[in-house]
Design a protein around this ligand. Structure first.
Ligand SMILES: C[S@@+](CC[C@H](N)C(=O)[O-])C[C@H]1O[C@@H](n2cnc3c(N)ncnc32)[C@H](O)[C@@H]1O
Length: 210
């Protein structure tokens, strides 16, 4: 797997440093878009350097924040970054093997992570089980910019991959979606907010993209 998919060794240390700098503004923006009121239970899958966890932690003083990552290096770094935050826990785990009580989380965040998964639909279904009624899955992904030849831009999403992502989310049962594009200083980001119909209504609507 690439350094972006699982940072390891000395290259991973350097990669983590670059990733933290590159994604700082994006993580700040995402935290402000999660609609947090202060009591939510938040899970970030693929929490990397722990920057988003730190931003979210301050917004849920009466809630909890769990980050999971399968890179030992990233977990160490995220724990150090969040060492003074009592409501943050970081766990070393591959999400495919992660288990928790159903409906344990009010918000689940994926930021530049799902593109490394072999079976995204299966993982999105796993996420659906973990989301509480009324919960929201937020997927953030950097958009590919043909003018920008950096590594992070090149692994960003073009139109085709964006469409594939909408379809995969829909297949996993996420039937209410909104999408927005955020222009940041050095990148554009696609932000998708999804929720599930937990009412038992089997007559599910097609995904709505706004
Ligand atoms: C490109 S980094 C993004 C980190 C962070 N979300 C951000 O945007 O700054 C992807 C992270 O997801 C983690 N990751 C990828 N697949 C994972 C999996 N199946 N389970 C847990 N962590 C995973 C990697 O180890 C890495 O730290």
């Amino acid at each position: 797997m690439s350094q972006a998919g699982k940072p390891t060794g000395l290259a991973g240390v350097i990669f983590g440093w670059i990733m933290q700098r590159s994604n700082r503004q994006m993580n700040r923006m995402i935290a402000s878009e999660l609609g947090l009121t202060g009591t939510e239970r938040v899970l970030e899958i693929g929490s990397g350097t722990g920057d988003a966890l730190a931003e979210i932690s301050a917004r849920v003083p009466a809630g909890s924040v769990l980050g999971i990552d399968h890179s030992t290096l990233m977990v160490k770094r995220a724990r150090s970054r969040n060492r003074n935050r009592d409501n943050v826990t970081i766990q070393l785990a591959d999400f495919a093997l992660f288990s928790a009580q159903p409906e344990s989380f009010d918000r689940i965040l994926l930021s530049n992570v799902h593109q490394f998964w072999d079976e995204p639909v299966a993982r999105f279904k796993q996420i659906a089980q973990l989301l509480a009624a009324g919960g929201i899955l937020t997927v953030a992904i950097r958009i590919q910019d043909p003018q920008n030849r950096s590594y992070f831009s090149r692994i960003g999403y073009d139109q085709t991959r964006q469409q594939q992502l909408f379809e995969q989310l829909n297949q996993a049962g996420f039937n209410t979606l909104t999408r927005s594009y955020k222009t940041l200083a050095k990148m554009d980001v696609l932000l998708i907010q999804c929720s599930l119909d937990k009412s038992g209504n089997t007559n599910k609507q097609q995904a709505v993209f706004e």
